[in-house]
Ligand binder design. Structure first.
Ligand SMILES: Nc1ncnc2c1ncn2[C@@H]1O[C@H](COP(=O)(O)OP(=O)(O)OP(=O)(O)O)[C@@H](O)[C@H]1O
Length: 286
């Protein structure tokens, strides 16, 4: 499916950040144009329109999907404050592949956790799809994570007793995707990552690169707007790492997703749209 850029209305696909339908306050002539097949769902991601939850999105790639402004984060360690993030500013635009690089301990994972709503900043703001993510309650952030975000980890994080297909189907169930969509969507996602012929294999029957591709299929199954990946190629050899990056490039186009990942690998950085380099809790050369 290709992006329609003809009507730059809302990157949120017509609904609120958590999937709810926005209350209309505009006069009829000012109302945003709602594409007939746009996704519309409630806070839990249950579809409330007759349209497929996986219909094409209207993308405005001139507006950032996410902005981070003046973000700081410290942790109390041994009675002292460890100042990890010291004022981070960044923007992620739709359908970009953005990488965070930096030495071990520089704060990359801490930032990824804040962007993904797994943690909250001590200071600063995080705006996701135009909404103040940093001011959301834990419950709201959980709902937003389920609906709009996907996560990929170094260690794949698959259920060992389930097949590739069942792993992806589980992600769809957990995201409250309608049951009628499971079969088609799980098959489609595994096809996208090049595993059409391995769908019924369990993780131990797959190579590391194939397992990571199942993890990608699982992370995009509910069709998030933003995919966050913490060192997704660290466990893979260079050929498998390159395959994962090719899959990332493909799904940015086919799924209209934005990807933000951490990496130490300079060869992988060559395919990024933008690389942020973190040194001691700050970006340099942005
Ligand atoms: N919850 C926490 N409590 C205390 N210290 C923490 C916590 N989370 C992270 N830190 C510390 O913050 C610093 C940055 O950690 P972070 O994991 O963000 O670095 P990183 O750049 O991702 O490193 P790596 O490349 O090794 O994964 C480290 O010194 C780490 O020990």
């Amino acid at each position: 499916m290709s992006a329609s850029n003809e009507q730059p209305v809302s990157s949120a696909g017509g609904g609120n950040i958590d999937g709810t339908v926005a209350e209309q306050t505009q006069s009829p002539q000012d109302e945003p144009v709602q594409p007939a097949d746009a996704e519309v769902s409630d806070i839990s991601g249950n579809v409330t329109s007759s349209a497929s939850v996986f219909a094409p999105r209207v993308i405005d790639d001139t507006q950032p999907l996410l902005t981070v402004t003046g973000v700081q984060r410290s942790f109390a360690v041994g009675g002292e404050q460890l100042h990890v993030l010291k004022g981070i500013d960044m923007s992620l635009y739709p359908m970009q592949l953005v990488m965070l690089k930096g030495r071990s301990g520089s704060g990359k994972t801490t930032l990824l956790n804040l962007i993904g709503g797994l943690d909250q900043p001590d200071q600063g703001e995080i705006s996701f799809m135009g909404h103040p993510f940093h001011r959301c309650s834990d419950d709201q952030r959980t709902q937003i994570r389920r609906r709009q975000l996907g996560f990929i980890f170094q260690s794949f994080a698959l259920m060992p007793l389930l097949s590739a297909w069942e792993n992806v189907e589980l992600a769809l169930r957990m995201a409250n995707v309608p049951r009628s969509e499971w079969k088609r969507r799980a098959t489609h996602c595994l096809d996208l990552v090049g595993l059409a012929k391995r769908m019924h294999h369990r993780p131990f029957e797959l190579s590391g690169g194939e397992q990571q591709r199942v993890a990608i299929a699982k992370a995009i199954a509910h069709r998030p707007h933003l995919l966050l990946a913490d060192e997704p190629t660290a466990e893979l050899d260079s050929q498998m790492g390159a395959q994962v990056m090719a899959v990332f490039r493909d799904i940015i186009q086919t799924e209209q997703v934005t990807i933000c990942m951490t990496t130490h690998d300079p060869t992988i950085m060559e395919v990024a749209d933008h690389v942020f380099e973190m040194v001691d809790g700050k970006f340099i050369n942005t």
